[in-house]
Design a protein around this ligand. Structure first.
Ligand code: BES
Ligand code: MN
Ligand code: ZN
Length: 497
């Protein structure tokens, strides 16, 4: 847990801290604070930094011990790179702050925030990113570990300027967003036996109750009766009920547009009868990362209250083999009447999303749909762990998503989404087939064209987070396991509508 407070007292006058931290750019290692440190607490500091080859490069840091008020105090100097640093460089420096503090077990830290001239952002953004990213960096999945790994940080943010109000607004926003990201990471990291469809649905109920959001829930019997043959087919092999859960946030203004966030919620993907090889199955508790993202986003948005209606739509199921499981070659009928040949039961995400999308379009007529899904290994091979695949034929909506991605750090990269690929999901025995014909390859894109049959002409963006949801290396504010990708993005899309 992180608690934070604001202070306008100079960094070096802060008392009762076990560490002091500040950011430097490559352009200036002799800031006023560091000059004062050199003078009063650490003679030869500049020489020491030179010897340690600390240049203020992005991602670098150095820590020295000083004696202050008769106590040893750690001083963390965090590099931002060339001035002005990008917001992403600042995020990673904030992540680095938490990593360094963890290493030396300092939990009471006063941090001097950077000047607006050092980071390419306004005061409110700096404040927001600071509280958001320190929270994300501090997250650790230690629920099942007796000796807790997660440190409780007590951060004091030292303001470089007097705009206290703007800082406060930013800190509060960042706290809401950071907590929601970590909540989703907990759901993803939680083992599938615990975080099953019913359990994830119960978290949705808790959030609905807390913020008085309308909630609709269909259970397996309803889903079968209503003709949602995709969700039903995927669930047949599981002893647990599937669910379709829909949360609604209502904007405080009249006639607001509605955006629907639809998230894939496979709480475990074994592949079904088209069973996965053992290694590919190891992390498949992550296959509900899309549902976690839309649920966490609406949790944050219920607090941030944007002027747009928001739906979070979550088809929840397990994909398991059994004597009752759907078989390769089976033909199913979805909620909108479209039929599909299930050639491979491991291409299950598109089957549950198909019904969720069709239901959303029919009953809510949203002005836009963004779906988020750990949909294809192909996407993860194409883009690796740092960019989510974005597919859309709607320029205006995909521009919005691209802008939110650039602002928030949940990066996306457009894949070609041309009608030429459409024929890849044709079937000889049904309207469409759940795997693309091998001659078209491009598995991420053909999966997108499968989903296209269920959105009609609603403006729609498909985000494939298979590569970005879990085990993303080298980014200081992530750890092994869930990243909470796309949550910051979805929140920004709604708030900037
Ligand atoms: N959940 C997987 C995709 C995935 C792979 C997510 C790796 C995260 C990491 C999805 O259900 C799946 O199995 N997709 C198949 C589709 C194929 C059978 C057409 C795949 O990508 O292999
Ligand atoms: Mn699968
Ligand atoms: Zn899957």
């Amino acid at each position: 847990m992180i608690t934070h407070s604001l202070s306008t007292k100079a960094l070096l006058d802060q008392q009762h801290q076990d560490a002091l931290a500040l950011f430097v750019t490559k352009d200036n290692l002799a800031t006023d604070e560091l000059k004062r440190v050199e003078q009063d607490f650490f003679p030869g500091l500049q020489e020491f930094m030179r010897k340690q080859k600390f240049t203020g490069a992005a991602g670098s840091s150095i820590s020295v011990q000083i004696h202050k008020d008769g106590q040893p105090v750690q001083l963390f100097i965090l590099g931002l790179g060339a001035r002005p640093a990008t917001v992403e460089q600042y995020r990673r420096a904030c992540g680095q702050l938490i990593r360094v503090a963890e290493r030396v077990q300092c939990t009471k830290v006063a941090v001097l925030l950077p000047q607006v001239t050092d980071v390419n952002a306004d005061v409110q953004t700096i404040a927001k990113e600071t509280s958001l990213i320190t929270r994300m960096a501090a997250y650790y999945f230690d629920y099942y570990i007796a000796e807790k790994k997660q440190l409780d940080f007590d951060l004091t943010y030292v303001l470089p300027a007097a705009d206290e109000k703007e800082f406060e607004i930013g800190f509060a926003e960042g706290a809401i967003i950071g907590d929601s990201v970590n909540e989703a990471r907990f759901w993803v990291d939680a083992p599938a036996e615990f975080l099953n469809p019913l359990e994830l649905a119960s978290y949705a109920h808790k959030i609905a109750k807390k913020y008085n959001l309308a909630i609709t829930e269909f259970k397996e019997a309803d889903i079968v009766r209503m003709g949602m043959g995709g969700l039903a087919a995927v669930s047949k092999g599981s002893d647990r009920d599937c669910h379709l859960v829909i949360l609604e946030y209502r904007a405080p203004v009249k006639d607001a547009p509605t955006v629907a966030f639809v998230g894939k919620g496979i709480t475990f993907d074994s592949g079904g009868l088209s069973i996965k090889p053992a290694q590919h199955m190891e992390t498949m508790k992550e296959d509900m990362s899309g549902a976690a993202a839309v649920l966490a986003a609406i949790d944050a948005l219920a607090q941030l209250k944007p002027n747009v209606n928001v739906l979070a739509v979550m088809p929840l199921s397990e994909n398991l083999p059994s004597g009752k499981a759907t078989k390769p070659g089976d033909i199913i009928r979805f909620y909108n009447g479209v039929t599909a040949e299930v050639r491979n039961t491991d291409a299950e995400g598109r089957l549950i999303l198909a019904d969720a999308l069709a239901y959303t379009v029919k009953h809510y007529k949203p002005d836009a749909i963004i779906d988020v899904a750990t949909l294809t290994g192909a996407c993860s091979y194409a883009l690796g762990p740092f960019f989510t695949g974005m597919m859309s034929q709607h320029k205006e909506l995909s521009d919005r998503v691209q802008k939110s991605a650039d602002r928030t750090g949940d990066r996306v990269w457009p894949l070609p989404f041309d009608d030429d690929y459409k024929v890849a999901v044709k079937s000889k025995v049904a309207d469409i087939c759940n795997i693309g014909s091998s001659k078209y390859r491009a598995g991420a894109i053909t999966a997108g064209f499968f989903l296209q049959h269920f959105v009609n002409d609603t403006p729609w963006v498909h985000l494939d987070i298979a590569g970005t949801a879990y085990d993303v290396p080298d980014i200081s504010y992530y750890r092994d396991g869930a990243t909470g990708t796309a949550i910051r993005l979805l929140i920004d899309v709604a708030r900037s509508w």
